[in-house]
Design a protein around this ligand. Structure first.
Ligand SMILES: Nc1ncnc2c1ncn2[C@@H]1O[C@H](COP(=O)(O)OP(=O)(O)O)[C@@H](O)[C@H]1O
Ligand SMILES: [Mg+2]
Length: 374
């Protein structure tokens, strides 16, 4: 750690000095009390007891009292000295241990503030409170590290997505300017296409940001799951028949209603159907089905007979900007955000979503489980 990061220090007096002062004060009060008792009350009591036992010889009384006084002074003095030394030692040891742990936390906090998100504090073993402090601190640092990583990746992804259309637009404009490229309908189509891609990216980014915002608002209405599927199928009917793909709906019998935001759920099923259409060649089929799971949730399934998803990609398809076949998706215009939006919106409805495929060429299936209306 060669950085010049230092914890910010508060007042000047350290913990050790404060503890020493506190312990010395306590010992001082104890000493004064002991001295008062031993110097005033003790001799009076001793004298009374001595006379009470019948010792009459004045010389013997004086001698005994003298002995009492020096014994008292010795024991009080010795006790105080040992007590003071012990308390000083304890104060120093305690202050060192507490100080070391606090210093570790302060240093780690300063590192975090300077952008070093890998800073962690060791468990101090100084009791439950300090251990809890260290644990929560490390949890906080972990969260910060995660969101920082997410932020970087998002920026890198966005930059990557922007580069291709912007570069294409730039190249065409240069070509037009130099007279190498003619302003033909074909050229205009390419330019418009790249522009549309940028617009779509902006829309997708806005949509995913909205969908992933904490506490996203969903206006839920009680709905028959079959109706959701029917209207989603109707929305893509034209595109499907143009692509030569059959879309069918398998209604579920006796299903409970689900509470969903119609617009948002239209978006969810629309994104899934969009993917299915894009990956299913002519002659294939897409099936929308509603059924009940053993856990009494309502399961909506969108399956297709298309190109399928290789197993190693399945766990990642819901991540933002994740595309299985980047080259192909690029020409198709997908930015890899559709399923991220799907997941965020399904989770905002208290549901869960998962993707399955029996492998390349064997179709894909996405299942959404929604809690039944209660
Ligand atoms: N029905 C499907 N069949 C095959 N692959 C799919 C299917 N749905 C999604 N995928 C894969 O998952 C990736 C992520 O999907 P998505 O987030 O919708 O992004 P996009 O559609 O913009 O590429 C897609 O790039 C595609 O490779
Ligand atoms: Mg998509």
């Amino acid at each position: 750690m060669s950085t010049s990061v230092r914890p910010v220090r508060g007042g000047r007096t350290g913990l050790a000095a404060r503890l020493v002062v506190a312990f010395t004060l306590v010992m001082g009060v104890a000493g004064v009390t002991a001295w008062l008792v031993a110097g005033f009350a003790g001799p009076v009591l001793f004298h009374r007891h001595l006379v009470g036992t019948g010792v009459a010889d004045p010389a013997a009384v004086v001698h005994a009292e003298e002995a009492f006084r020096s014994a008292s002074a010795l024991s009080v003095g010795l006790g105080l000295a040992v007590g003071l030394a012990t308390s000083l030692a304890v104060a120093v040891v305690l202050a060192r241990r507490v100080g070391r742990s606090l210093h570790a936390v302060a240093t780690a906090a300063a590192l975090l503030a300077a952008g070093r998100f890998d800073a962690r504090v060791p468990t101090p073993r100084l009791g439950a409170e300090f251990d809890a402090l260290a644990t929560s601190f490390n949890a906080m640092a972990g969260q910060l590290a995660d969101s920082e990583q997410l932020r970087r990746r998002l920026l890198a992804d966005v930059a990557h997505e922007l580069r291709t259309p912007v570069a294409t637009l730039g190249a065409y404009l240069d070509g037009l300017e130099d007279g190498v490229v003619e302003l033909e309908p074909q050229t205009i189509a390419v330019l418009r296409d790249q522009g549309a891609r940028l617009t779509r990216l902006a829309d997708d980014l806005a949509a995913v940001t909205r969908a992933e915002a904490p506490g996203v608002q969903v206006a839920r209405v009680r709905t028959d799951p079959n109706d959701l599927l029917l209207s989603a199928a109707a929305a893509v009917a034209d595109r499907a028949s143009a692509a030569g793909v059959l879309v069918r709906v398998e209604r579920g019998d006796g299903l409970p209603g689900v509470l969903v935001d119609h617009d948002r759920f239209g978006q969810v099923l629309g994104n899934l159907l969009d993917n299915a259409l894009r990956h299913t060649p002519a002659g294939g089929a897409i099936t929308l089905a509603a059924a009940r799971t053993p856990e009494r949730a309502v399961r909506l399934t969108v399956s297709d007979t298309g190109s399928g998803i290789p197993a190693e990609h399945l766990p990642h398809v819901f991540e933002r900007f994740y595309r299985v076949d980047t080259a192909r998706s690029r020409t198709d215009g997908g930015s890899g955000i559709g399923l991220a939006i799907v997941r965020a919106l399904v989770e905002a409805h208290g549901g869960r979503v998962a993707a399955f495929s029996d492998g390349p060429g064997r179709g894909a299936r996405v299942e959404i489980d929604l809690p039944p209306e209660s």
